[in-house]
Design a protein around this ligand. Structure first.
Ligand code: 5AD
Ligand code: SF4
Length: 450
């Protein structure tokens, strides 16, 4: 008999990919995805601890699930991901109804852990070792044996190329939750990409905390291939129409990688390059190892090589000691680069990070005001950037649609809503030519050409 599995994913694309892997692994054990936790046999919360708010959301959801567990005592409740890694057994001090705690590198053990719980061999399971190993064998077999789920986005998939991070930005919890950097062997990556493309996947995003150092730090296998070379190899897979990657650290952004944007046809001209602050003093305390000037030089080179490139970034406001002048420098940087989009956050202290110990913490109301100012400037710039597309014909990869109303994405990652003749055969993954008639700050509108 099939059992129902509900997974709630918080956080980044790494976590989304891990959730897919868990779903695929458990599908082989007879679990089918459920749309809600009500009545499910297993509920997994795949968690993020990057900011305080992200972690609070996890605990508030776990609190709500206490009632569901009371209604349905056979429900197994698990916590996976970064909060599980960071807190381990401590989660049960606040949430004693949690049955299962699985750290970021132990998800491959999930089927056995669940089997022990369902067979009553144990009543609590915890696995949080962080060994810096990729646990490749089951991972790989899994992908070979399991076709992509018929999810609406199955034309588009993530492929993990590395795990962990060695950078130790002073505010960041990731080295603690994901461990040291380790690169996956090229042969495994290529095999996974080829399988996915042969199953109809049209767009692949290569994932790592810092893809620029792929192959340079710890390796599972003896690869001499660096990230630009890996991109070129993946781009050669026949049938793949779009290639993306995330995330990059500006200090490791090489000329060779920049040239990829000019030279690889299917590499989308969209680049997420987190800058974090426009003040050199703050960047130094963040341990980012570049200056604003270095960053701007890289932006200029990228734009020389690929004039259409859309740049996106991450910003933290209210880092300890951030003065009004430091914040203004971040606003100036935004004006100078005119990012197409950004993710911006109020600084929060995280466990075991250096900045948590810094003095001169910024009051909440100052952080909130700075965040609002930053986001309102970004919104107006995003609108201007999007307006540049009005009147242009762009290539859109269809994502979803109902009747004659469709939704897709440009190579620059802008969302496009457009209309097509009823019953046109634009299934997800198809490339269409769309004339842009209207721009908003978060999306474009247009009409199908063909
Ligand atoms: N406080 C606020 N934002 C943070 N980020 C990472 N750590 C923190 C923190 N302690 C942001 C950075 C990073 C993004 C994923 O989250 O901008 O790039
Ligand atoms: Fe969150 Fe970072 Fe963990 Fe991703 S790696 S889930 S962003 S803490």
């Amino acid at each position: 008999m099939s059992k129902n599995l509900y997974i709630k994913t918080f956080g980044c694309q790494m976590n989304e990919r891990d959730s897919e892997i868990m779903e695929q692994m458990l599908a082989q054990e007879g679990y089918v995805p459920a749309a809600s936790p009500e009545g499910a046999d297993v509920v997994l919360i795949n968690t993020c601890s990057i900011r305080e708010k992200a972690e609070q959301k996890v605990f508030s959801l776990l609190g709500q699930l206490r009632e569901e567990k009371a209604r349905n005592p056979s429900l197994l409740l698990g916590v996976t991901g970064c909060v599980a890694q960071q807190e381990g057994e401590r989660i049960r001090e606040r949430m004693p109804h949690v049955d299962l705690i699985v750290g970021t590198q132990q998800i491959y053990q999930l089927p056995e852990m669940l089997a022990r719980l369902t067979q009553g061999m144990t009543t609590r399971e915890t696995a949080t070792d962080l060994e810096g190993s990729f646990a490749i064998p089951p991972f790989q077999k899994l992908l070979i044996n399991t076709p992509p789920s018929p999810a609406p986005h199955s034309f588009r998939r993530f492929v993990t190329i590395m795990q962990g991070c060695n950078n130790y930005c002073s505010y960041c919890v990731v080295p603690g939750t994901r461990g040291r950097e380790i690169s996956r062997p090229v042969a495994d990556i290529m095999e996974e990409v080829e399988i996915l493309v042969s199953q109809g996947v049209k767009e692949i995003t290569l994932l790592g905390q810092n893809v620029n150092s792929y192959g340079k730090t710890n390796k599972v296998a003896d690869t001499e291939v660096d990230f630009p070379q890996l991109l070129r190899q993946v781009a050669l897979v026949n049938g793949l129409r779009r290639l993306r990657f995330t995330t990059s650290h500006p200090k490791d952004l090489s000329e060779a990688l920049m040239r990829c944007f000019a030279e690889i046809d299917i590499l989308c001209p969209h680049f997420h390059l987190p800058v974090q602050s426009g003040s050199n003093a703050v960047l130094q305390r963040m341990n980012r190892k570049y200056t604003v000037e270095n960053y701007l030089e890289k932006v200029a080179s990228l734009r020389r090589l690929c004039p259409d490139i859309a740049l996106a970034t991450d910003i933290i406001v209210g880092f300890p000691g951030e003065t009004e002048a430091d914040f203004q420098a971040t606003m100036d940087l935004l004006q100078t680069v005119r990012f197409h989009g950004s993710f911006s956050f109020k600084y929060s202290d995280r466990p075991h990070t250096r900045s948590a110990e810094f003095s001169d913490k910024i009051p909440e109301e100052v952080k909130a005001r700075r965040l609002m100012e930053f986001q309102s400037l970004q919104d107006s710039i995003s609108l201007e950037r999007n307006s540049e597309s009005i009147g242009r014909e762009v290539e859109v990869m269809v994502e979803s649609g109902e009747g004659n109303r469709l939704r897709g994405r440009t190579p620059a990652n802008q969302i496009v809503h457009f209309t097509a003749a009823p019953a046109s055969s634009l299934i997800p993954g198809t490339l269409a030519r769309v004339q842009i008639d209207h721009a908003g700050k978060h999306s474009l509108k247009g009409t199908l050409r063909n």
